[in-house]
Structures are given as C-alpha cells and as structure tokens.
Design a protein around this ligand. Structure first.
Ligand SMILES: Nc1ncnc2c1ncn2[C@@H]1O[C@H](COP(=O)(O)OP(=O)(O)O)[C@@H](O)[C@H]1O
Ligand SMILES: [Mg+2]
Ligand SMILES: [Zn+2]
Length: 295
C-alpha cells in the first residue's frame, strides 16, 4: 500500500510539473469547499486509497447540498491520476521501460563520437516530437527509429516517448512488438480467447499512438502483408500516430511496396547509433562486480 502511495505521489509531482496551475486550482477549490461546510455535507468517507485523503479511492466524492436538498457527485483531485494510471497500464510498455523518460535517455554512454552525434539528434527529435505532438497529430506523422545494431536504444527511446505522451496529452498508447501483434492476431484464429480476429485489429487501428516494436523481423507471408496493409492503411487515413522501431531503414523493409510507402508517409525516419548500450551497460556492471568479487 505504501509503495502504491509513493508511486501516486510521484505521479502527482510529475503532473504538477507539466501543469503548474493544477496545485493552485486545487488549493482554491479546497478553500471554497471548507468555507461552505455548513451548506455541503460530504458523504464519501476518505480512505487511504486516495493520495489526497479526500475520496474513498474511487476518484469520486458524493456531496449533499443542504440548502437545495440535492445530492451530487464531484471528481476528486486524484481522478486525473487514476486516468493516467489506467492509460499507462493499457499501454503495456515492458517493465524495463515503464518509468523511463526522454530526458533520462543518455547520450554520453555511447563510446564513438558519431554515435553520440546520432543519439543527441535522436533525443532532440524525441523531445521536440513530444513538445509539438498536437501538430504531429494533425499531420498524422510518427517516427521510425532504426539501426542494425541491437541494444542501441531504439525501444528505449520509443517507449519513453509513449510514457511522455500519456502523461502530457492523456492520449491512449499501445506498445506491442510486431511478433506479439501477429501472434495475438493468429491466436484468435483458433482459440476461444474472447477476442475475434477483427476486434484485435480494430483495437490496434484505433489507439491514438501505436508503438510497433521491431518491425521487419517477422516472416512476410501473404496474411502478414494483408494484415499490415489493413492496419497501416487505416491508421494512415485516420492520421493516427505510429512510432516504429526496426533494424532496417524503411526502404529495406521486405513488405509489399504499398505497405512500405504507407510507412514512409506515416513516419519520419530517425537513424540510431550503431552501438550497443546494452553491451556497454553489461560491461560496466561486470567491472563493478569484479571490483567487489576480486577484492
Ligand atoms: N541512451 C540510452 N540511455 C540509457 N539507457 C539506454 C540507452 N540506450 C539503450 N539503453 C538501455 O540499453 C538497453 C537496450 O536498449 P534497447 O532500447 O532495448 O535497444 P534496441 O531496441 O535498439 O535493441 C535497455 O536496457 C535500455 O534501457
Ligand atoms: Mg528493441
Ligand atoms: Zn481521491
């Protein structure tokens, strides 16, 4: 419980950082309420489930207007937090990248000068993409992070953009690897999963921001091409944002030309460094542990 409380408090601080007026607004609201305590009776018993200690954890407060003899429900300050939490949960961003921000994407970790230059540019693009997201949404323009080298930070950067968009713009985001997406769709052919083939695809078509991880590694059978075309065409027409990661540039994708051209229209390519940060981090960790173990 304490842990959840900490997480929610951290979220509140983050939200207030983006919306400095929120705390002022809440404070003035509090004053208004407390000055009218005779007129209003609050029926909702506050519980520990609310980080503000105002509601029962549901995000709603039931109030009686004694003058009018009416009962109404108002939103608790924690409602916003709950919306963001549920969107973060819906996004299915892997645990490894769940709490990561664009700002904490490190450029200094790359050894080579040209890698640092690419990483710095990619980070700047990510920062500006989040900043100008509404404009990007109007144009329906996403991003396509690519590099042949595994562990260079493509998924890291794409996932942290997703986190930022949920917190700053309250959009719906869904992270999924291409393989998992195809497996999910395929599984609905055979099993009684409760999801039909079309409802899985429908959900993927409709989400505000789709993060499609590792496109290009899947087998391009007929139905895969057909499925991708179906999804991409619909998202392109609806100006929905898709953020791709791949180990190949768009022109190197072995999908049908009509899919490639749609991806080209839907996303700005961003070259990532050809250097593995995962290896660098593992090496650093080993060196630290060696110092401990060989002492
Ligand atoms: N610039 C960076 N700053 C901090 N950590 C990074 C950076 N790039 C990669 N990492 C970390 O290295 C690991 C591999 O990165 P990942 O994004 O999965 O690589 P890719 O998707 O390119 O294969 C992850 O644990 C990630 O958090
Ligand atoms: Mg990756
Ligand atoms: Zn509350």
């Amino acid at each position: 419980m304490e842990q959840i409380g900490d997480k929610i408090r951290a979220l509140i601080l983050e939200i207030q950082a983006h919306q400095p007026n929120l705390s002022a607004l809440n404070n003035s609201q509090e004053k208004k309420d407390s000055s009218k305590t005779e007129r209003y009776t609050i029926l909702t018993a506050p519980s520990e489930g609310c980080p503000y200690g105002e509601c029962d954890g549901s995000g709603l407060i039931t109030v009686v207007d004694n003058q009018k003899g009416e009962v109404f429900v108002r939103m608790c300050q924690c409602h916003e937090i709950r919306v963001i939490e549920s969107k973060l949960k819906f996004a299915c961003i892997p645990d490894e990248f769940k709490d990561l921000t664009v700002a904490s994407f490190r450029v200094d970790l790359y050894k080579h000068e040209d890698s640092r230059a690419r990483a710095a540019l990619a980070k700047r693009i990510a920062v500006n993409f989040v900043k100008h997201f509404e404009r990007m949404q109007e144009k329906g323009k996403g991003l396509y992070f690519y590099s042949d080298t595994k562990g260079s930070g493509k998924t890291r950067l794409a996932a942290s953009i997703g986190n930022a968009l949920i917190k700053q713009y309250r959009v719906s985001v869904r992270f999924i690897t291409t393989k998992a997406l195809l497996d999910e769709i395929k599984s609905t052919f055979h099993e009684e999963t409760g999801l039909t083939y079309s409802s899985v695809i429908e959900a993927i078509k409709q989400v505000d921001v789709l993060i499609l991880d590792d496109i290009g590694t899947e087998n391009k059978t007929g139905w895969v091409n057909e499925t991708f075309f179906n999804i991409m065409d619909s998202r392109m027409t609806a100006h929905k944002i898709t953020i791709f990661t791949s180990n190949t540039p768009i022109e190197g994708l072995k999908h049908d030309e009509k899919i490639r051209s749609r991806i080209n229209k839907m996303a700005m390519p961003v070259a990532m460094p050809e250097e593995s940060i995962r290896d660098a981090l593992a090496q650093k960790e080993n060196e630290e542990l060696q110092a401990l173990l060989y002492r």
